[in-house]
Each structure stands twice: as C-alpha cells, then as structure tokens.
Ligand binder design. Sequence first.
Ligand code: SF4
Length: 188
Amino acid sequence: MARASSTELGDWEAPIRAFVATVEAYELHGLLFQHLELCERRAWLHLHRVDYAHLEERMKLGAVAHELHRPRDRSVEGLMGLAPDRIDWARREVIEAKGSAGARRAVSMQTLFYALLLMEATGRRWTAANEIVGGRKKLPVAVGAEEIARMLAMAKRLGELAAALSAPKTTRKPICDSCSYRFLCGFV
Ligand code: SF4
C-alpha cells in the first residue's frame, strides 16, 4: 500500500506507522484487539484458530445480528484487515456496531484499530465511535497519543502470542462464565 505523506498526523505519525507495520507483519485484524483487551488466553486461542464459532449458539446469533444490522462498508476493500461497519468519509469518522452496551472498552479497541489504519492510509486524523445495534446510540471512542501507544503495545503483544506455542497463563475473571471460549481454554 502506498504511504501517504502527512503533516496533519504530527506526533501521532511515527507510532501509527509502527502500529500498521506490526499489524502487517503479523497479519492482525481488529477483532484480535477486542479479544486481547478481554483476556490474553482468549486472544491466543483466536490467533491459533482454536474455536467453535460454528457450534456455539450465542456466537452464531451474534454474528447473524451483526451482519443483519447493516452491510459492511465496501469503500475500503484493499486496506488490510479493514472491515468496519460504516465510514463517514466527509467527517472522517469510523463507526463499529456492537450488540450491547457491555464490554465497551474492548469493542473500542476494534474501532480504534480501524481508525489507526485509516489515519495511516490517508495521512489525516480520524475520529471513532461505537454504535449500539438497533439503538441508534453512538458512543464516541477516545483517540489520542495515549490510545495510539496502547494499541501499538497491544499489536506487539499479539505478535508475541502468535509466536507462542502454548497458551499464556491466566486468572479467573468475571467474563469467564460467559466467555465463548470457556470450554476450550482449559482454565474454567
Ligand atoms: S474462559 Fe476466561 S480464561 Fe478462558 S479464554 Fe475465556 S476469558 Fe480467558
């Protein structure tokens, strides 16, 4: 992909370039950042394609609801790993739909992922928001130097997990009881 020159990204440019380089090196996609925010072991399972989405009713229903909500934006095909629900090119805002108000921070990581890729591709600053499916409520996602640094650190961690032959140690957390990977992770 051609690199856009930028003056608008300013201090964000170097960490965003490093982020995209890491994403490309490990072929990362947005959902992985959501998993990592929730649980390292869950991210490892997804990275190593240990899942049963086709068997788990809630995962199947979630996928169908998400696809029915609105067709994916086709204007960004060709940008690696980029499949957000909606892009407002005029306002430079990327929007990702979510099923409920829960796990807001984790979903925000996925939305941030799209925003950073778009910033790198266009050389302009973008805003990000999550939208509750069916509710039409838009929740802004913070985008700043701190968030970009955090996403870069997460991308590097995902690279380490991709190379790891065994799942990372973990601790029990509230999400475990409803985690879609609970019967596979060997912890619960
Ligand atoms: S059940 Fe808990 S420890 Fe296992 S993958 Fe899910 S969140 Fe992580």
